[in-house]
Design a protein around this ligand. Structure first.
Ligand SMILES: C[S@@+](CC[C@H](N)C(=O)[O-])C[C@H]1O[C@@H](n2cnc3c(N)ncnc32)[C@H](O)[C@@H]1O
Length: 339
């Protein structure tokens, strides 16, 4: 019982943990310690322009949550990064999760209090949050250059960390022509071309998203990554051997997913397939916890839902895909269906 009560207390304060992590990342603590190794609180505060007392408390909390480590020498604490901080919390790390944290801190957190309404009403709270219906949520997320940047960089962060394990869950080398449907900033597409030297990828996304993504590509990637602006419900989708749908279906209800999957099945070359990447709910719906977190989030913001492997199986089969295989991965799982 004691440990359950401790867990209760930690969950009650869970949002403070994410604020500790985000604040230290935003201030640049993890970047400073990545290059400077061990420093005392006073020096860190001076270099980052904060109060020494505030910084010391923040650093101690980061040690408590294992974002940092501390060595005590002659009554003084010397703080250094943990491996996790070097890899994911320093903004300068290629696998940094800073933008993902920022999206959660500035947008998801403040709107999650609508969960109560969402459960009561059984529908998303898009109208209350944005003043418009859920169909246009992506217009909202890209309303200004700043909003689009925040959303796209957050999406990319996840794939810089998890992209490789998802793209290597199945051998995709026999699918040379790939279309990443709702491919956003293209980080997963980059992972695809680096793993599969014969593949080229077309990123299909809404015009504003594509316009921004294009600017971020260097010329060496350009010849193997193409872009197509369009609405995947209304406009034709390019012919491909493989369609990637990563974190797309959880935004839509079953009927809309069926419509999109059927359209992809028609456009798919013979012998081709579709690769879905989502966090899959276990068949008994008890976990994993990441799936429950996404389930609550999509309930507040979208018309979609988090699904079990059998539910994805059902959607894919109804659209005509067969030989459906599922591979569980650390956070985002992979499902492959063949035409
Ligand atoms: C949750 S994001 C996922 C992005 C990306 N696949 C990933 O996993 O990082 C959903 C993406 O679908 C795009 N999208 C939503 N509705 C769309 C539509 N009707 N046509 C084309 N793209 C759309 C959004 O712009 C966004 O980039």
């Amino acid at each position: 019982m004691n440990s359950a009560i401790k867990t209760l207390f930690q969950h009650q304060h869970g949002f403070i943990i994410s604020q500790i992590m985000f604040t230290a990342s935003e201030l640049g603590v993890f970047d400073l310690l990545k290059s400077a190794k061990l420093l005392n609180a006073k020096t860190i505060a001076e270099r980052l322009g904060t109060s020494p007392t505030g910084m010391e408390k923040l650093l101690d909390a980061c040690v408590g949550f294992k974002f940092l480590r501390v060595e005590r020498k002659e009554n003084e604490g010397l703080y250094g990064n943990t491996d996790l901080a070097d890899l994911c919390l320093a903004k300068s790390s290629p696998k940094s999760q800073y933008h993902f944290m920022k999206l959660h801190s500035e947008y998801i957190y403040e709107n999650m209090h609508y969960l109560l309404n969402a459960v009561r009403e059984g529908k998303n709270q898009s109208e209350l949050i944005h003043g418009i219906s859920a169909n246009h949520i992506f217009d909202v997320l890209s309303r200004s250059e700043e909003d689009l940047q925040r959303f796209s960089t957050a999406m990319d962060d996840a794939w810089s960390l998890h992209g490789r394990e998802v793209m290597s869950a199945f051998d995709l080398s026999n699918f040379p022509l790939v279309c990443d449907v709702g491919g956003a900033g293209g980080t997963l597409a980059k992972e695809c071309i680096s793993l599969y030297p014969k593949s080229t990828v077309t990123i299909l996304d809404l015009p504003k998203v594509v316009e921004r993504a294009k600017k971020r590509f260097v010329s060496s990637e350009e010849c193997r990554i193409a872009f197509q602006e369009g609405d995947f419900f209304k406009d034709p989708v390019p012919e491909a051997d493989l369609y990637i749908l990563s974190r797309v279906l959880y935004d839509w209800d079953d009927e809309t997913c069926a419509q999109l999957l059927t359209k992809l099945h028609k456009a798919c070359r013979p012998g081709g397939g579709v690769l879905i990447s989502e966090t899959i709910l276990s068949e008994d719906r008890t976990g994993p916890l990441e799936a429950h977190l996404y389930s609550m989030m999509v309930m507040v913001f979208t018309e979609g839902k988090v699904r079990t492997a059998s539910e994805y199986n059902g959607l894919l089969s109804a659209a005509g895909f067969k030989d459906i295989q599922v591979k569980k991965r650390s956070i985002y799982d992979a499902i492959l269906g063949r035409k």
